[in-house]
Design a binder for this molecule. Structure first.
Ligand SMILES: Cc1cc2nc3c(=O)[nH]c(=O)nc-3n(C[C@H](O)[C@H](O)[C@H](O)COP(=O)(O)OP(=O)(O)OC[C@H]3O[C@@H](n4cnc5c(N)ncnc54)[C@H](O)[C@@H]3O)c2cc1C
Length: 220
């Protein structure tokens, strides 16, 4: 599940680090302002950088979500405890990263932060890519890391259904006795992009409708 913290995104202030300890992307890209639309209907692939990052992570290297103890207090406890250390260099050694590079990456990230009126408005300037919100310094030990792996939440492709969740042919005709619920029909609701929590909601809501319709069909 997506980690959410009290009153907002859980991982405020973090940045991904790749195996070479360099920052690759900030928090908030998923559902945040800096997230590009994944794919436009009838249009081209707009997810180039994100997709390339995913491919690299999938095939070659893990990424690490980094935070300090102050940030960690703001998010709900994760299912698996993070890797923790008393300093950035010690954390790097635990992650099998180059300590000097990770220290430099964290230093650069911290120096690039421009605080806003609220933590939500804090951003970085001069990084590539910059973090557009929730930029918090990693400064208060112990420091923590969570290994990250890419996952597919949905493909934005699926079958067409009507209000009763009956699967429709390309001609718009319901196929008798065939119903769909969940991600396989989610594009009927979401259209494009992704709404956090929406996938489970769609599964629950339309699963109930599909179950009721299938039962009625069987009993008819
Ligand atoms: C890392 C991750 C985080 C996510 N976080 C969130 C979140 O925070 N909020 C949210 O709303 N959604 C989230 N999602 C998405 C959400 O988990 C899915 O959209 C949801 O589980 C889809 O439910 P589903 O029943 O449609 O499909 P699935 O859960 O994929 O169920 C399909 C089932 O069909 C079975 N199956 C497949 N083929 C066959 C076959 N031929 N015969 C029999 N059985 C078959 C599969 O084994 C599976 O059990 C997340 C997904 C991922 C991967």
């Amino acid at each position: 599940m997506e980690p959410h913290g009290r009153g907002g995104r859980a991982f405020a202030g973090h940045g991904w680090r790749d195996r070479h300890a360099a920052r690759r992307h900030g928090a908030g890209h998923r559902g945040g302002r800096e997230r590009p639309p994944l794919r436009r209907r009838g249009g081209g692939d707009r997810a180039g950088p994100l997709r390339r990052l995913g491919e690299r992570l999938l095939h070659r290297q893990p990424a690490y979500l980094l935070f300090d103890s102050r940030i960690e207090q703001r998010f709900a406890p994760p299912l698996y405890p993070p890797i923790r250390a008393g300093s950035v260099a010690a954390l790097a050694r635990q992650l099998d990263l180059d300590p000097a590079t990770l220290e430099e990456t964290v230093r650069t990230f911290n120096a690039a932060i421009r605080p806003g009126a609220t933590p939500l408005d804090s951003r970085t300037v001069g990084l590539a890519p910059d973090k557009s919100r929730l930029a918090q310094p990693l400064a208060t030990p112990p420091f923590g890391a969570i290994p990250m792996r890419p996952g597919i939440t949905s493909t934005n492709q699926g079958v067409r259904v009507d209000r009763r969740t009956r699967i429709l042919t390309t001609a718009g005709v319901p196929l008798p006795g065939l119903y769909a619920a969940g991600v396989v029909m989610a594009p009927n609701i979401l259209g494009r992009g992704y709404l956090a929590g929406g996938a489970m909601t769609i599964g629950a809501v339309f699963g109930r409708i599909a179950g009721r319709e299938a039962a009625a069909h069987a009993l008819a």
